[in-house]
Structures are given as C-alpha cells and as structure tokens.
Design a protein around this ligand. Structure first.
Ligand SMILES: NC(=O)c1ccc[n+]([C@@H]2O[C@H](COP(=O)([O-])OP(=O)(O)OC[C@H]3O[C@@H](n4cnc5c(N)ncnc54)[C@H](OP(=O)(O)O)[C@@H]3O)[C@@H](O)[C@H]2O)c1
Length: 359
C-alpha cells in the first residue's frame, strides 16, 4: 500500500537564503516494491505554477518582477515549479531556466510536451508524435538550462498516438538521462494505466479544486492504487475561490478566462454564493478563502501537491500559509455540506478545450 506521508520538516536546504520558516516538505513514494522503489520525487507541500507570469492571464509580467517573485518562492521553501513548452510559448520555460539556474539540484522543474504551438496565448491541438516529443525535450532542456527534465508531463493525451508509444518515448528519454520522471496531464484512468504499464508514471496533473472535483470519481482512486502522485492545477479555481473576483469582473481576450463559461457574467454572479460560503468558513478558521481552498486540497490525500499561481508576492505568501491551516474532519464535512448546497454554474472549459480532455 501507499504509505501516508507525514509532512516532515525540510532539510534546511533553503535556510541559507531566507530567515523565514521554510514550508514543509512532502514526498511521493512509489507504491510498489519493484525496481521503482525509492524512485519518488520529494517536493515542497505546495509548489508554484509559473504559467501566469507569461501566459494565460493577461500580458506577461515585467521580467525583473517575475524573476524576483520566483526567487522569493525559492527563499520561502518552494522547490517545485511548474511550466510548459506552450506557456508563452517558450518564454515561461526560459524565465524559469534563467531564474532557477543558481538553484540547480535544489529545485524540481516540471514541464510539458504534447501541444502544438500556435499564436501567443493560444495553443494548437495535441501532438505527441514520438519525433515531436524528442524535439520538444531537446528544446526544453536548452531553455530550462538543465541536463535532465525533472518531471516531463504529456500536456494532453493525443488521440492519434497510442499512449504506449508516448510512454515508450519518455522511457527512452529517461534511459538516455534526459528526463527523470514521467507525468500525464488531464489523462483518463484507462490511459494512466496503459501508460504506467510501459513507463511508471510519477505524477498526474489535472484540474482539481473546491469547484472541480471530477478527479475524485476515477482518477484519485486509480492514482492511489498505482502509487502515483497528484498535482492539482488551478487549485484556486483560476482565482475565483480566493474571493477576490467579484460579479462585475470582466476579462479581455488576452485572459484565458474570457473563454471559460464559469466566468461569463451571469455565471460569475451566480457563483458568488460559493465564495460567500467559503468566506464564512475562512472567517471561522481565521484564514483567507484562498488558504481554505488550498488547505482543502492538501487535506484530501498526503500525496497531493497543489501548484497555485500568482504574480504577486503577498499572495504567494498567503498561499504558502495554507500549510498551516489544519482542517479537521468536522471542518471538511462542513465544507462539503456547504458546497453541496451550491451547484456551480457554467462549464470549467469551452467546448474546444474540453475536447482535448481525455476521459
Ligand atoms: N496541466 C495543465 O493543463 C494546466 C492548466 C492550467 C494551469 N496549469 C498550471 O497550474 C498552475 C496554477 O493554475 P492557474 O494559474 O490556472 O490557477 P490558480 O492557481 O487556481 O489561480 C491563479 C489565479 O489566481 C490569482 N491568485 C492567486 N493567489 C491569489 C490570492 N491569494 N488571492 C487572490 N488571487 C490570487 C492569480 O492572480 P494574480 O497573479 O493577480 O495573483 C491568478 O489569476 C499554472 O500556473 C500552471 O503552471 C496547468
């Protein structure tokens, strides 16, 4: 069985660069005792999603500010950074590569292959042809300035390429020392099993939060059974669950949320009821709604590591503070009961984005 992992103190790796308490660490352990034993990846309890610095939520952040924020995350004990080839495209990987170069060997950078690169802020469809994966890996290695990609996710499952071929290509890259761990993003349970049979999967990254709980149906049980870690993306509901997006907020075409039904004006208004419930719970726990949203994700399983994104230092600190918010069984039941009474309005994705999700 997968061992529950207590959140243990860090090794003091980051003490030299900070006088703050580093956040606790967690470890993904392999479930099996076979050749994969000990092949886990040790990461901070909360990672950092870097996408919004370059992509998806409006114009890119000023480079100097972005560098300072990433360094601040390292200083505060974050050792797990999430990017992708298509963020920018390319510029988000370059930013992390340059900024994290002094911390090589101390931080873990996850990146992704498998989406065609189109115009800025929009990406093309799935493309996981083996030759394309190899080309992406070489380019990501250069941009990230590393000898091996710590964790290499397929960004979306490609219906035109058998997952065994994808897993086999990553297995070869691992054998060549170019990749350390294999991951999948928004893959369905059957795909996860097929991939894992060819090359053990270390982590699956999919959307998961208080307002998107579908992974509980078949993904989380599958990961539990196979001993695979889970990395929820958009754990703050793309900002909505922080309570700082009111009913009047609009999004321009450089912001991905302009295409998301949940953020359409009528739905945004209706969904404020969810925020109101979250604010009540947060007040009782003397925390912020963002911290409750993250603490809830953390409380689900010991092998779940959320990667919230922010472009602002006070919010980074607020989000990291979620590790100190302990939700009891009663708290979790109260949250479940409150949210069960409030059906979320609007899909989480446009039809085009939803079509790329493997289930
Ligand atoms: N695998 C995939 O397909 C996939 C898809 C989407 C995302 N991701 C990864 O997951 C990461 C996180 O997801 P995400 O960025 O989409 O969503 P998220 O982390 O749920 O939310 C990010 C948004 O919340 C705001 N925010 C963050 N902390 C806040 C706080 N304490 N108070 C108020 N607002 C706050 C940010 O705005 P400010 O910047 O203004 O603070 C940003 O707009 C991404 O960076 C990316 O690396 C992966």
């Amino acid at each position: 069985m997968l061992q529950p992992r207590p959140r243990t103190a860090t090794s003091g790796l980051f003490d030299a660069v900070s006088d703050r308490e580093p956040i606790d660490n967690t470890t993904w352990l392999r479930q099996d005792e076979s050749e994969n034993a000990g092949n886990g990846l040790e990461v901070s309890a909360i990672g950092y999603g870097a996408m919004g610095l370059s992509h998806g939520y409006g114009p890119p952040v000023d480079r100097r500010e972005a560098v300072a924020l990433i360094r601040a995350a390292v200083e505060r004990g974050v050792n797990f950074f999430d990017t992708a080839e298509v963020y920018g495209p390319y510029t988000n990987e370059e930013l992390l590569g340059e900024t994290l170069a002094p911390f090589r060997g101390e931080v873990i950078i996850a990146t992704k292959f498998g989406l065609g690169v189109d115009e800025p802020c929009r990406h093309g469809g799935p493309d996981s042809r083996p030759e394309r994966i190899r080309q992406s890996a070489e380019q990501s290695l250069r941009r990230l300035r590393v000898e091996a990609i710590d964790l290499y996710y397929q960004h979306r499952v490609d219906p035109n390429v058998p997952i065994e071929d994808v897993a086999g290509t990553v297995r070869d890259l691992i054998a060549e020392g170019k990749v350390r761990h294999f991951g999948l993003s928004e893959a369905g349970a059957r795909t996860i099993r097929r991939a894992h049979a060819v090359q053990p999967v270390t982590a699956v990254e999919s959307e998961y939060s208080l307002w998107w709980r579908e992974p509980e149906e078949s993904i989380l049980p599958t990961l539990d059974e196979l001993g695979i870690g889970f990395v929820p993306f958009s754990p703050l509901g793309r900002g909505f669950l922080t309570g700082r997006i009111d009913a009047t907020r609009t999004f321009d075409s450089t912001d991905f949320r302009s295409s998301v039904p949940r953020f359409e004006p009528a739905n945004l208004k209706a969904n404020q009821a969810l925020v109101a419930a979250l604010k009540d719970i947060a007040a009782k726990k003397q925390a912020t709604p963002a911290q409750i949203a993250l603490a809830w994700v953390l409380a689900q399983k010991p092998w779940i590591v959320p990667i919230p994104g922010t472009t602002k230092l006070p919010r980074l600190e607020e989000n990291l503070g979620a590790v100190d918010v302990v939700l009891t069984g009663d708290d979790l039941r109260e949250i479940d009961d409150a949210l069960a009474r409030i059906p979320v309005q609007g899909h989480r994705y446009s039809e085009a984005s939803q079509q790329m999700v493997d289930r």
